[in-house]
Design a protein around this ligand. Structure first.
Ligand SMILES: Nc1ncnc2c1ncn2[C@@H]1O[C@H](COP(=O)(O)OP(=O)(O)OP(=O)(O)O)[C@@H](O)[C@H]1O
Ligand SMILES: O=C(CO)[C@H](O)[C@H](O)COP(=O)(O)O
Length: 291
């Protein structure tokens, strides 16, 4: 935690929609004049695509069928913790990018599946914004969550998450249904042990729940739209949250628990703006008092 250099985290599984949520936060940062340094979680993978394939073959040959991008062996958790800690102390740290596809790789003149070189975050940013898989991870070796000032979980119900992953990996990243299914299965151990526990630590969780049939996510042609879903928003600590205001602004919303609002899925962007703008203001006020 850092008053001077706050760290804001959006964390979620692959296909959960964290990149989509990033767009809403970018809008808030632009409108509120906040200069954010962006870090993508995938840039803290330990291996590039070729090396990951090799490591995976070795793991499988040795009888380990659960080696995956969700777990500690395939990621640089210590380095991510260092980035959060250093940013909190100095407002800087080392970042890079993982280039998933041709479109992302082209501007760097690199192959997809590779990392850009490490770079130092320039001075003068107001906050660090992490978007990815592991922003609230805690293991025996690291406590990444403890260095974040605001943590948000993006967690569609699992059938929807799989549909979103299948759709994106097939349409944008060139994978087959079989390859994505195999990845989902191999990651399941790490999903349960590393991904899920994060969402008990996050300050706010957004869970998209479809109201159309998603019984077989592996054959679905389209992703349920926001209008075909409801949104469950859960606050870890409801103290200080202006629920009557949120209920009045989010048409057709209601409270399902003392710390949980449910609203139509189409209100996701508005809900995020209403909830996070004042939270970010508070982080910025705390920052200017600490300087
Ligand atoms: N609210 C939504 N409504 C409809 N489709 C959505 C929604 N959120 C995300 N998607 C779709 O789901 C897919 C995955 O979303 P996104 O790329 O944001 O996931 P991600 O969590 O960043 O995944 P990764 O970490 O693997 O990059 C995309 O095709 C996106 O358009
Ligand atoms: O989305 C992911 C994790 O968030 C990807 O599965 C991971 O980054 C590996 O990517 P690729 O299979 O394209 O090399």
């Amino acid at each position: 935690m850092s008053a001077k250099h706050p760290v804001v985290v959006i964390t979620g599984s692959s296909g959960a929609g964290t990149s989509t949520v990033l767009k809403t936060f970018s809008q808030i940062f632009r409108r509120e004049n906040m200069n954010a340094a962006y870090v993508e979680g995938d840039s803290f993978h330990r291996y590039d695509r070729m090396a990951m394939k090799e490591e995976m073959s070795k793991a499988i040959a040795s009888g380990d069928h659960t080696f995956s991008h969700f777990g500690p062996e395939a990621n640089l958790f210590e380095e991510l913790e260092t980035l959060f800690r250093e940013y909190g102390e100095t407002g800087s740290g080392k970042i890079r990018k993982y280039l998933h596809d041709d479109e992302e790789a082209a501007p760097y003149g690199q192959e997809p599946g590779t990392f850009t070189p490490w770079e130092t975050i320039p001075a003068g940013t107001d906050l660090l914004f992490y978007e990815g898989l592991h922003g609230a991870i805690t293991t025996e070796k690291v406590d990444i969550a403890s260095f974040a000032d605001l943590t948000v979980g993006v967690v569609p119900v699992i059938n929807l998450e799989w549909m979103q992953k299948l759709h994106r990996d097939k349409s944008k990243r060139g994978y087959s249904t079989e390859a994505v299914t195999e990845t989902i299965l191999r990651r399941m151990d790490d999903y349960v042990n590393y991904m899920c526990p994060q969402f008990s630590r996050t300050d706010v969780n957004f869970q998209r729940v479809p109201v159309v049939d998603t019984s077989n996510p592996f054959i679905a042609r389209t992703i349920p739209t926001n209008d075909e879903s409801m949104l469950v928003i859960r606050f870890k600590d409801p103290r200080g949250i202006d629920f009557p205001y949120l209920l009045s602004m989010l048409h057709d919303s209601f409270m399902s628990r003392p710390n949980t609002i449910v609203c139509p899925g189409g209100k996701m962007d508005l809900a995020m703006q209403l909830i996070f703008t004042p939270m970010l203001w508070r982080l910025m006020e705390r920052r200017s008092k600490a300087r």
